[in-house]
Design a protein around this ligand. Structure first.
Ligand SMILES: Nc1ncnc2c1ncn2[C@@H]1O[C@H](COP(=O)(O)OP(=O)(O)O)[C@@H](O)[C@H]1O
Ligand SMILES: [Mg+2]
Length: 293
C-alpha cells in the first residue's frame, strides 16, 4: 500500500493548502526552569496526517499541549485558523481541536463506553436522538460498534484508546492531536491503530498530528514528519527526506527503520549497488528485484 498511498497523500496535500494550526515557539520553560521546547516552526494544513517523532523527553507532549492551548506561557505564537490561540477561549479551541493523552485511563471516566462517548455531545447540548446517532457513528468509525454497553474497565488497552478517539469524533473534532497512539499496543494493535487513523484521515478528512517514537511505522503511514530532539525540530519533511544516515539518527537517540538500516549497511559496508535507501519492506523488495532478479 505504501508507495501509492504516499503519492496520493502528497498530491492531496499540495492541491489544497489550508493552514489550520501554525506554531512558532521561540522558547517555553516549565515553572521549574526546564527548557522543554525552543525554535519550533510547524505548520499543520487541512487534511494533513503528520508525526512528531522523537525520543523520550524530546518535547512531543509539551508541543501537543501547546497546540491544544493547554500551555500558553511560551514566547512565540500559535494560531488556529489564523487566530492567535491565546485570544481564543478553551471552548473555541475545543470545538475544533481534541487532544488524546498517551494513557487512555487519564481520559476515560464514565462507567460505560456509551456514557463516555456521549459525554461531549451531551455537554454540547444536542438532542437525545442526535447524541445517539453521534455516538453510533463515532463508535463505527473506530470499529467499536457493538461495544456501547460495555464497561470501560473491562476493555483492552487498545480498545480504550479507540474509545478515546470516538469521544472526540462524536463532538465533531476536525483536528486530532494524539500523544503516542500506538504506545502500549501489541504489533498487530499498532498496525490496526495506524490503519484506523489513516482511514479517519482519508475518509472523514480529520486532520491528525501524532507524537510517536516508532520509526518503523512512520514511513508506512505518515505524509510528513518533524523530528524533535531536546525540544528543537532538527528536521522536517516526507519520511524519505528525513530518514538519512544511521549515525545522524543515533545522535538524536533514534534509529532508521530496520529495513533501511539493513540496506544502508549493505550499500555502505558491503558495497552492494543500492541506489536509494528504501524505508519499507515493499520498497526494499522492489529495489532487490530490480538489482538481482
Ligand atoms: N510538568 C513538567 N515540569 C517540568 N518539566 C517537565 C514537565 N513535563 C515535562 N517536562 C520536561 O520537559 C521536557 C519535554 O518533555 P515532554 O514534552 O514530556 O517530552 P516527550 O513527550 O517527547 O517525552 C523533558 O525534559 C521533561 O522532563
Ligand atoms: Mg510524551
Amino acid at each position: 500500500m505504501d508507495d501509492i498511498k504516499r503519492i496520493q497523500n502528497t498530491e492531496h496535500r499540495t492541491q489544497k493548502k489550508d493552514i489550520r494550526i501554525s506554531v512558532e515557539i521561540n522558547s517555553f520553560k516549565y515553572p521549574d526552569g526546564t527548557q522543554a521546547v525552543s525554535g519550533i516552526n510547524i505548520e499543520v494544513n487541512r487534511g494533513d496526517f503528520i508525526g512528531l517523532l522523537g525520543s523520550n523527553g524530546s518535547g512531543k507532549t509539551t508541543l501537543l499541549k501547546i497546540m491544544d492551548g493547554l500551555i500558553k506561557d511560551y514566547e512565540g505564537s500559535v494560531c488556529l485558523d489564523g487566530v492567535d490561540i491565546k485570544k481564543l477561549t478553551p471552548k473555541d479551541i475545543y470545538r475544533k481541536v481534541g487532544l488524546i493523552f498517551q494513557n487512555p485511563d487519564d481520559q476515560l471516566f464514565a462507567p460505560t463506553v456509551f456514557e463516555d462517548v456521549a459525554f461531549g455531545p451531551t455537554n454540547m447540548g444536542f438532542s437525545e436522538k442526535e447524541i445517539k446517532s453521534r455516538v453510533a457513528d463515532a463508535l463505527r468509525n473506530v470499529e467499536m460498534d457493538g461495544y456501547a454497553k460495555k464497561t470501560i474497565h473491562n476493555l483492552s488497552f487498545g480498545q480504550k484508546k479507540r474509545v478515546c478517539i470516538a469521544g472526540l469524533l462524536a463532538m465533531g473534532h476536525e483536528i486530532l492531536l494524539l500523544d503516542e497512539p500506538t504506545a502500549g499496543l501489541d504489533p498487530m494493535g499498532e498496525y490496526k491503530m495506524m490503519n484506523l487513523l489513516t482511514k479517519l484521515n482519508k475518509e472523514t478528512s480529520v486532520t491528525i498530528v501524532m507524537a510517536t517514537h516508532s520509526v518503523d511505522l512512520v514511513p508506512l503511514f505518515l505524509d510528513r514528519l518533524y523530528i524533535l530532539s531536546k525540544g528543537h525540530i532538527v528536521r522536517g519533511g516526507a519520511p524519505e527526506e528525513v530518514f538519512t544516515a544511521p549515525d545522524e539518527m543515533a545522535n538524536i537517540k533514534l534509529r532508521l527503520p530496520q529495513i533501511a538500516e539493513l540496506i544502508y549497511k549493505l550499500k555502505h559496508e558491503d558495497n552492494l549497488p543500492f541506489k536509494k535507501i528504501p524505508l519499507t519492506i515493499g520498497e526494499a523488495r522492489r529495489e532487490m528485484v530490480r538489482l538481482y532478479a
